[in-house]
Design a protein around this ligand. Structure first.
Ligand code: NAP
Length: 305
């Protein structure tokens, strides 16, 4: 029930109708019995500055998420931007402070969450140890191959760097865009580990991948039968590698099906979506304990999974 004391959270984007954040955030807020509501704010790019200035005047607006096309454009409008958001070059979570709006990027944390207790290992080693729950140090000799160089790929690159991957390889179809992507990390410490390649080199790169991440929309509903990686190519993926698709519908994607047939550990995009939302909620409510299971369940129900 909305009361005179209801506090406001939301998401800005354009368009924003497709966003699943209101579903999971309102499910969490209701479960916690909090007098909050999370609403979508469709804001045209040309109105962003005015909208953010107006938000300051709404006293009960605690914070908001940011989605396409505002993730980069909002940065100069914030009084503070976290180091991780600066590294990624995008903000997805904003909260009110005494000095104005502060922003960070919880996509990196969301991406990392399902990987925390996993480690890509040769199958023999997995058999020997009987478990994949190994320490994070195992990431230090690994190679991550990332398909695509868009907004989500930036969070994935930052995530792979924080895992400690030795090689971070980005594969894309446009050489100019690849070079632009590489150049955008020039001032970052991770630049020494990062290389970019076109798809021609992909089969060779794949045979050395410990972690393969799809950040392209190829295979997303309704194009459920396509995969950015063919069956023949997937046969080159080392057994025991991790295949991670950022797409959450369908679930699993054709990419993940092929990877599983190959014996890979498969991770879908739903958990990243849930975990980036849970991180944002922790920031707004200033508490660690948020109902992640309820958020996940509400999304699965909404998506018919
Ligand atoms: P984006 O900025 O538009 O980037 C898409 C990337 O995919 C670009 O590099 C694009 O390359 C490439 N691409 C598109 N079509 C391609 C094709 N047919 N073949 C090869 N490459 C292709 O989008 P984004 O924001 O990064 O999102 C990408 C995907 O991640 C979407 O499916 C989105 O739903 C998902 N995502 C999931 C989460 C989550 O929480 N699970 C979070 C963010 C994003 P060109 O520029 O050359 O077209």
């Amino acid at each position: 029930m909305i009361t005179g004391k209801t506090k406001l959270l939301g998401i800005i984007g354009y368009p924003v109708e497709h966003s699943l954040s209101p579903v999971m955030q309102n499910a969490a807020l209701a479960h916690m019995g909090l007098d909050y509501v999370y609403v979508p704010f469709p804001i045209k790019p040309e109105n962003l500055q005015q909208a953010i200035a107006s938000f300051t005047a709404i006293d009960n607006l605690v914070g908001f998420n940011v989605t396409i096309p505002h993730k980069q454009a909002i940065i100069p409008l914030l009084s503070e931007v976290s180091p991780i958001a600066q590294a990624v070059g995008a903000v997805n979570t904003v909260w009110r402070t005494e000095n104005g709006w502060s922003g960070t990027n919880t996509d990196v944390e969301g991406f990392l969450a399902p990987l925390k207790n996993l480690s890509p290992l040769p199958p023999l080693l997995i058999e020997e140890r009987g478990s994949q729950n190994l320490s994070a140090s195992n990431w230090h000799q690994t190679t991550a191959v990332i398909l695509g160089y868009g907004g989500a790929a930036r969070a994935v690159v930052a995530g792979c760097a924080s895992l400690g991957c030795a090689n971070i390889i980005v594969v894309g179809r446009d050489e100019q865009k690849l070079n632009y992507f590489l150049d955008s990390w020039r001032n970052s410490k991770l630049i020494d580990k990062l290389t970019v390649h076109t798809w021609q080199k992909f089969p060779e790169l794949l045979s050395n991948a410990d972690l393969l991440v799809n950040t392209t929309p190829v295979g997303m509903y309704p194009h459920v039968d396509v995969s950015p990686v063919t069956r023949e190519e997937m046969d080159l993926l080392p057994k025991g590698a991790i295949a991670y698709d950022l797409i959450y519908t369908p679930n699993p994607t054709q990419f993940l099906r092929l990877a599983q047939e190959r014996g890979a550990i498969a991770i879908d995009g739903l958990e990243m979506l849930v975990q980036q939302g849970a991180s944002a909620l922790r920031i707004w409510l200033q508490q660690q304990d948020v109902p992640v299971d309820i958020m996940r369940q509400s999304l699965r129900q909404h998506l018919g999974l």
